[in-house]
Design a protein around this ligand. Structure first.
Ligand code: UD1
Ligand code: UDP
Length: 394
């Protein structure tokens, strides 16, 4: 069976990395990888960490390109690729423009599509934008729906879609587990990951920040920067912010925060270094989907700069809190989270509501026609999941 995995952005590469490795080890699968290059620098970092090489690279990245321009290029190049490779199945991940176009282009070629991380929903087509539309479209055209959690399965069941359903856990937990294991067994690797961050003061608490959502461009990012500037006045705190390469993020963040002493703006980090930073952080402030899934497995509290999330599990457990982008809410929530003691840094596979490190194995087994038992959250231990976040009193 010829399986073509198509991905193009940093989070897709992180979450497809362990799966591509597992596909490569399956005796009866010919695994072919196509990267679209929707992200360039940020993708290459991850490919080398997971030792994945691309058989095809569509090289579509152009600085600050429009979504329609990106779609047009992707459809044209994927059309030619599918005609050339003629895969038995295409695998896509999540909700990016790469994933949506790869799924629809495969549908047009009548190639079956497997959707990894199927069934996430906010219920609001404009948040996140355009991802909520992308993932709904992908689920409609897929014949195999790999739902990460029981709640994503329930979303798909409500929509009465045609694809076969399997709850697999999220492959991000496979990626995190493998990366933490590498860091744990190799002190030299840990030292290398820490080396660029000598400027961090061990006496100060660490707030780790990431942000890139398109619906926050403009006023949203200005508000986030205002909140960070205010928090940076705390003498016991330091802010570390790997800034996403999107010019709509780089512009305001560098202009508003570049001059502040204890706000460290750094380039996007390779995955290993970023996992190490999550381990060192006291509180994580983010709008990222992947970070919301990873941090609870490391026992870290997460404040999410969004009003809705498609990942309700950790919110329900009280360890992820939605804080929007209004400066006062962000500042109050970070201050409240910092009142709690520092948290665990070790990975506990039983602590995550998102996966147990075996999602890739389940997906490969299902593709080979020998499905394994589904991922279940019922027996999860408390593990290093952080103390539930306190409600902020205004
Ligand atoms: C994309 C995905 C989003 C995902 C995010 C993860 C879409 C529409 N958006 O958003 O779902 O959560 O990736 O990070 O699919 N750039 C570079 N180098 C890079 C990457 C980006 O310079 O390695 C710059 C370019 O100017 C590029 C711009 O960032 O045009 C935007 O990149 P794009 O992939 O269109 O969207 P993201 O905002 O990164
Ligand atoms: N990440 C990384 N380096 C960074 C910031 C994030 O490797 O500097 C990882 C993070 O651990 C997570 C993924 O990138 O696995 C999330 O990517 P992003 O926030 O860009 O996208 P999203 O998850 O929101 O789609």
């Amino acid at each position: 069976m010829k399986v073509l995995s198509v991905f193009g952005t940093r989070p897709e590469a992180i979450k497809m990395g362990p799966l591509v490795k597992a596909l490569g080890e399956a005796p009866d699968i010919e695994s072919i990888v196509c990267t679209t290059g929707q992200h360039r620098a940020m993708l290459d970092q991850v490919m080398s960490l997971f030792e994945i090489t691309a058989d095809h690279d569509l090289d579509v990245m152009v600085p600050n390109q429009t979504l329609n321009g990106l779609c047009a290029k992707l459809f044209e190049r994927l059309d030619a690729l599918y005609a050339q490779v003629r895969p038995d199945r295409v695998l896509v991940h999540g909700d990016t423009t790469t994933a949506m176009t790869a799924a629809v282009a495969a549908f047009h070629h009548r190639i079956p599509v497997g959707h990894v991380e199927a069934g996430l929903r906010t219920g609001d087509i404009s948040r996140p934008w355009p991802e909520e539309m992308n993932r709904r479209v992908i689920d409609v055209v897929s014949d195999f729906l790999f739902a990460p959690t029981p709640s994503s399965r329930a979303n798909l069941e409500r929509e009465h879609l045609g694809g076969r359903l399997l709850v697999t856990g999220n492959t991000v937990i496979d990626a995190l587990q493998q990366t933490v294991q590498q860091l744990d067994r190799d002190p030299a690797l840990r030292a290398r990951a820490d080396a660029p961050f000598q400027m961090l003061d061990p006496e100060r608490r660490l707030l780790l920040v990431t942000g890139h959502r398109r619906e926050s461009f403009g006023q949203g990012f200005l508000d986030i920067c205002r909140a960070l500037a205010e928090l940076a006045q705390r003498e016991d705190l330091q802010v570390l912010y790997p800034v996403h390469l999107n010019p709509n993020v780089q512009g305001p963040v560098n202009a508003e925060l570049g001059h502040l002493g204890n706000v460290h703006l750094v380039p996007p980090q390779d995955y290993l270094s970023f996992v190490r930073l999550m381990q060192r952080a006291d509180v994580i402030l983010t709008d990222s989907g992947g970070v919301q899934e990873e941090a609870p497995a490391l026992g870290k509290p997460v404040l999410v700069m969004r009003d809705v999330t498609e990942r309700p599990e950790a919110v329900d457990a009280g360890v992820v809190k939605l804080v929007g982008t209004a400066p006062t809410r962000i500042v109050d929530a970070v201050n409240a989270a910092l009142q709690q003691p520092s948290h665990a840094t070790r990975f506990d596979p039983d602590a995550s509501p998102y996966g147990d490190g075996r999602a890739s194995a389940r997906i490969v087994a299902a593709l080979r026609g020998h499905p394994l038992p589904e991922f279940a959250t019922g027996h999860r231990s408390a593990g290093p999941v952080p103390t539930p976040l306190q409600e902020v009193t205004p």
